[in-house]
Design a protein around this ligand. Structure first.
Ligand code: HEM
Ligand SMILES: *[C@@H]1O[C@H](CO)[C@@H](O)[C@H](O)[C@H]1NC(C)=O
Ligand SMILES: *[C@@H]1O[C@H](CO)[C@@H](O)[C@H](O)[C@H]1NC(C)=O
Ligand SMILES: CC(=O)N[C@H]1CO[C@H](CO)[C@@H](O)[C@@H]1O
Length: 327
């Protein structure tokens, strides 16, 4: 066998071992009230700040897509080392989501210090907030360890941008083991939250000085052109991803795409492309089907690149490694 293959097999074995140690009742003896504590803190935060759900769900996606679900996205930069959080693509990762997770972690540390990993917390928090905003509940296996590295350049390479073609999106997801159906179902997360104007400016103002993207509903294009008028001077100006029911986890995102009401180019293209359109049609017509497929894909996403004891730890604070800053 060549060494490359041996390395690949060893990695696969390590990943399988990490997964084998996970279970639904992982904390039943060491922190039996963990679920309750997380849910309570998040419910309070979501009520006082309804943008929390979208922020946490997006953090979960970014965490798992960049080097596996290991809470590396939560590590703050220090003078010694910059981290994933500070990548350009992270400029807009929302502070409320970090705050919600810090509060939940603090409550967990009071009850059972050093037991519940930040990676598990993030996966559970994203699930809880999906459920709280009207989406499906899905059981999770626990036992993820927190990663020991976080790089500011990783997200740029791994996180899909809103200017990708469907072919690129399909390839990016396939490289991590996700199907076209998974891609469409997971994109349904854009039923929550918002995007900043620069992410869709080319669609509404035209790339080369032309008009709006013809696949966008003209009334929506006009509204967005007005809302985003000063976006270069006010880079925090944003619009809801789901223009109809922005705070509710439902299948409206897919219903919108049929009417040209998608916000990002990568949203609307899912309806324009023959590979993804049948899934959009199915989810628009049947919310139960969307919820079932989203739950299955989100659970799989939550297992992506999970770390075990040897290559991870349980952080005491989600924003710092236990051993201090690393290069
Ligand atoms: C299919 C490829 C995807 C692309 C190109 C994409 C792109 C984007 C972009 C550009 C934004 C706006 C960021 C900003 O302006 O602050 C955004 C927001 C968001 N994304 Fe995605 N995304 C994708 C997939 C996903 C997936 C799989 C999830 C979760 C499972 C997700 C969850 C979210 C959420 C919840 C928001 C709103 C965040 C907030 O309001 O704070 N996205 N996405
Ligand atoms: C796509 O968007 C990213 C981030 O905004 C940017 O860095 C990149 O140059 C864009 N690519 C193209 C082909 O426009
Ligand atoms: C909706 O999807 C669910 C889950 O796939 C399926 O069991 C149900 O029959 C579908 N309903 C309709 C009306 O097609
Ligand atoms: C939430 C968060 O940590 N955002 C950071 C993203 O990157 C910028 C630029 O480095 C930081 O200033 C933000 O604090």
């Amino acid at each position: 066998m060549d060494t490359h293959l041996v390395v690949v097999l060893a990695l696969l074995a390590a990943a399988a071992a990490a997964e084998a140690k996970m279970s639904a009742d992982y904390y039943s003896k060491t922190c039996p009230r963990a679920d309750r504590i997380i849910a309570d803190v998040l419910a309070q935060k979501q009520i006082s700040n309804p943008t929390t759900a979208a922020g946490v769900l997006r953090l979960f996606f970014h965490d798992c897509f960049v080097g596996g679900c290991d809470a590396s996205v939560l590590v703050a930069s220090t003078a010694a080392a910059r981290s994933e959080r500070d990548a350009d693509v992270n400029l807009s990762l929302p502070g409320d989501a970090f705050d919600a997770l810090a509060r939940a972690k603090a409550a967990l540390e009071v009850e059972c210090p050093g037991v519940v990993s930040c990676a598990d917390l993030l996966a559970v928090a994203a699930r809880d907030l999906v459920t709280m905003t009207g989406g499906p509940y899905y059981p999770l296996r626990l036992g993820r360890k927190d990663g020991l590295s976080s790089s500011p350049s990783a997200p740029d390479a791994e996180i899909p941008h809103a200017n990708l073609t469907v072919s690129r999106l399909v390839a990016v997801f396939a490289a991590k083991g996700f199907t076209v159906q998974d891609l469409v179902a997971l994109s349904g997360a854009h039923t929550l939250g918002f995007s900043h104007c620069k992410e869709f400016a080319a669609r509404i103002y035209g790339g080369g000085g032309g008009g709006a993207d013809p696949t966008m509903n003209p009334a929506l294009a006009k509204r967005l052109q007005e809302a985003c008028r000063d976006y270069r001077r006010g880079p925090t100006i944003a619009a809801f991803n789901d223009v109809m029911t922005p705070g509710r986890f439902d299948n409206m995102y897919f219903v919108n795409l049929r009417r040209g009401l998608g916000l990002l180019a990568t949203d609307q293209e899912l309806y324009g492309d023959a590979r993804t359109r049948p899934h959009v049609e199915r989810y628009a017509a049947n919310e139960t089907a969307f919820f079932a497929d989203f739950a299955r894909a989100a659970r799989r996403l939550s297992h992506h690149g999970v770390k075990n004891g040897a290559n991870g730890e349980v952080r005491r604070r989600c924003d710092a490694y236990n051993g201090g800053p690393r290069g």
